[in-house]
Design a protein around this ligand. Structure first.
Ligand code: GDP
Ligand code: MG
Length: 166
């Protein structure tokens, strides 16, 4: 017997979000950010608490190698525990990046004071959160943090299905 899945009316997008060491260090901020994820209708697909070695940090941020902030960044990202999430939602990538706000904390405070980085960021390096910036980077970053996770298996078995008209 062939079981075919009901055709879903929409397909959720996946993104990789990180709560960086500066925010994980403060339990109330960590909790506030977790609540923000839930309030914004993201599905938490997977979650992992971990500490990077410096080499993990260097590999993840290789695109920034040579920039003036690179050493600071890789040191900071391997300085303490962080939390990674795979999040699902319609337009998950854009939506999470909008919630985070601009990369630079002082710009965020000036232009978008209600964003996460404006509210909780400490400096341009210690800016609380990361979010994938494209579907290609989401795919790469999800595999980086969750090598055991199969997107296809999740779509086949776990992805909530909203049928047309429901
Ligand atoms: P993001 O995608 O908004 O996180 O920004 P980028 O991919 O451009 O940079 C990665 C991370 O490097 C940022 O989140 C910051 O932690 C850090 N970073 C980027 N630009 C700067 C900068 O101008 N100064 C400092 N100190 N850190 C930066
Ligand atoms: Mg980036």
């Amino acid at each position: 017997m062939i079981l075919s899945r009901v055709r879903c009316a929409r397909v959720l997008q996946l993104t990789l979000a990180i709560i960086k060491p500066d925010a994980v260090a403060h339990p109330l901020i960590l909790e506030a950010l977790h609540q923000k994820i839930l309030e914004n209708n993201f599905i938490i697909v997977r979650r992992k608490d971990l500490i990077w070695r410096r080499s993990d940090s260097e590999r993840f941020y290789v695109e920034h190698k040579g920039r003036f902030f690179y050493q600071r960044l890789v040191e900071f990202m391997s300085s303490g525990p962080m939390r990674a999430y795979i999040l699902a939602r319609e337009d998950a990538i854009t939506h999470w990046r909008e919630l985070m706000g601009p990369t630079k904390v002082y710009r965020a405070r000036y232009t978008s004071p209600r964003t996460i980085r404006a509210q909780y960021g400490l400096t341009d390096t210690r800016n609380t959160t990361h979010g994938s910036d494209s579907s290609e980077s989401a795919e790469r970053e999800i595999a980086f943090f969750f090598p055991e996770f199969s997107v296809q298996h999740w779509r086949d078995v776990e992805e909530p299905c909203f049928r047309a008209g429901h």
